[in-house]
Write a protein that binds this ligand. Structure first.
Ligand SMILES: [Zn+2]
Length: 208
């Protein structure tokens, strides 16, 4: 077969990926598609933006929404490149992956009540961590802790978090000595395995 590499790639993609999608059965409806999703055949449709044609069939170039223009008999795909950031004011649940002196980096696992569809990372600065003045992040949260935080802003695509508020802060913490889960004993976190005590900025439902 004398085709270019690009063309072979496309054919391969088209054959290997995704279930066929026949938009003529759902005229005017949008449908979620992935690269290589079959959109129709050239006898029925014109390949519009975001699509390509191979061996008489039309496929999607992008992850996105396919729409058919029934009057023009054209099919096109609008790419969905930008993941939707958690919104300002939403609560998230995440795990601290790096806790430094003034900043903690948090892997966001849940946004609101839903599991995050995209792996997002948020940043918690010590000044937004507690209603009190905290000297060191080690008294707010530490690596591996599970925290509930609020999205303070998402300017420039950076998710800035805050944990000021009774319901915000650490939900589960682990002993820095031995990794055992810490239990709350009179405002202090205690390790029942090695007797170490530690401090955190706790959410009011810590370990519940
Ligand atoms: Zn311990």
């Amino acid at each position: 077969m004398k085709t270019s590499t690009r063309c072979q790639d496309r054919t391969y993609l088209a054959r290997s990926m995704a279930k066929p999608f026949m938009p003529e059965k759902n005229p005017g409806r949008e449908k979620f598609v992935v690269p290589g999703s079959k959109l129709g055949v050239i006898e029925e449709f014109t390949a519009g933006k975001g699509t390509y044609e191979t061996d008489g069939a039309i496929y999607s170039h992008h992850v996105g929404l396919a729409t058919t223009d029934t009057s023009k008999k054209a099919v096109s795909v609008v790419p969905k490149n930008d993941p939707i950031l958690p919104a300002e004011g939403q609560n998230i649940i995440g795990q601290v992956t790096h806790a430094m002196e003034k900043i903690a980096v948090i892997d966001i696992v849940k946004i609101g009540n839903k599991l995050s569809p995209t792996p997002f990372t948020g940043v918690l600065h010590i000044s937004a961590s507690s209603p009190r003045y905290e000297k060191s992040m080690s008294e707010v949260c530490r690596t591996l802790d599970i925290v509930r935080a609020k999205v303070a802003s998402t300017t420039d695509g950076i998710i800035r978090l805050m944990t000021v508020g009774d319901n915000l802060g650490v939900l589960k913490a682990y002993c820095s000595n031995c990794g055992y889960p810490l239990a709350l004993r009179r405002r202090l976190l205690k390790c029942d395995r090695c007797n170490n005590t530690e401090k955190r900025k706790l959410a009011d439902d810590y370990n519940s």
